[in-house]
Design a protein around this ligand. Structure first.
Ligand code: ADP
Length: 236
């Protein structure tokens, strides 16, 4: 099944073209990295795919449905950049943050039922944080907070996770564990992944294929292509 299809997308801020005739197709189970330097249009592309901005021309389909008719937003989990989200004044526990993933899915104020509770525990188990569910979120390390955000997205039972620069500011060991977790979500739970990053080297190791953004253009390549011709892709 096609999860995301973009056809001939164009987007410009005023006269500044950021996305130029961009076409691609993401299938169920894909693990794709969207790579590009700062200012190359990664955030703009995400906003187009999530319907937050409208392309000047071109079309986006989510789960084979035209974007403007799409309503099943719980199927798409979005994990924002971590830095500075939770400071000491943020009063929620780990469990309460994950609950938000379910409440946003149901869109109405309601009491959580037993199935919801099971789903929250299961999401926290997947990211190995069930034992920390009663801690205040700011008591956790940066890497742990990032995993809580993943659990929040998982609680909505998404088919796809979109992660925006998820490991900025966390150390290498935590990064490695984090990427192992993503691989597990992809290979064992079959969740489609889009990983947005400026770090070509790392993501080239992790994702099954890459979309490189450069001055509005898109170049799709596999890991093998990068291994063979690294110089070309690194300097793109
Ligand atoms: P990235 O996420 O890869 O850093 P962005 O999509 O944020 O790239 O930005 C791409 C280009 O569009 C940059 O040149 C940026 O300055 C410009 N841009 C982004 N948002 C706006 C905006 N709201 N108004 C005008 N220009 C913008």
């Amino acid at each position: 099944m096609d999860i995301i299809t973009a056809k001939h997308l164009n987007y410009a801020y005023g006269s500044d073209t950021v996305i130029s005739d961009l076409t691609f197709n993401l299938k169920k189970g894909d693990y794709v990295g969207i790579i590009g330097q700062n200012g190359s249009g990664k955030s703009t592309l995400l906003k187009l795919l999530l319907g937050l901005i409208k392309p000047q021309s071109g079309k986006v389909y989510l789960f084979e449905t035209p974007l403007r008719e799409f309503k099943e937003w719980h199927r798409i989990g979005y994990v924002p950049q971590r830095s500075g989200i939770f400071d000491k004044t943020f009063p929620a526990t780990v469990e309460e943050i994950v609950e938000m993933g379910i409440i946003s899915r149901k869109k109405i104020v309601h009491r959580l039922d037993a199935e919801d509770r099971r789903q929250i525990s299961s999401a926290l188990s997947v990211v190995d944080l069930l034992h920390m569910k009663n801690k205040l979120i700011h008591e956790l390390s940066g890497g742990q907070q990032q995993r809580v955000l993943i659990a929040r997205a998982l609680a909505g039972k998404p088919d796809i996770l979109i992660l925006d620069e998820p490991v900025v500011g966390v150390d290498m060991i935590v990064q490695k564990k984090f990427y192992d977790l993503l691989k597990r979500l992809n290979k064992e739970l079959g969740i489609t992944l889009i990983l947005v990053s400026h770090d070509l080297d790392t993501v080239a190791h992790e994702a099954d294929y890459l979309m490189l953004m450069n001055k509005g253009e898109l170049c799709t390549c596999t890991k093998d292509m990068i291994e063979k011709d690294k110089k070309h892709y690194v300097t793109l």
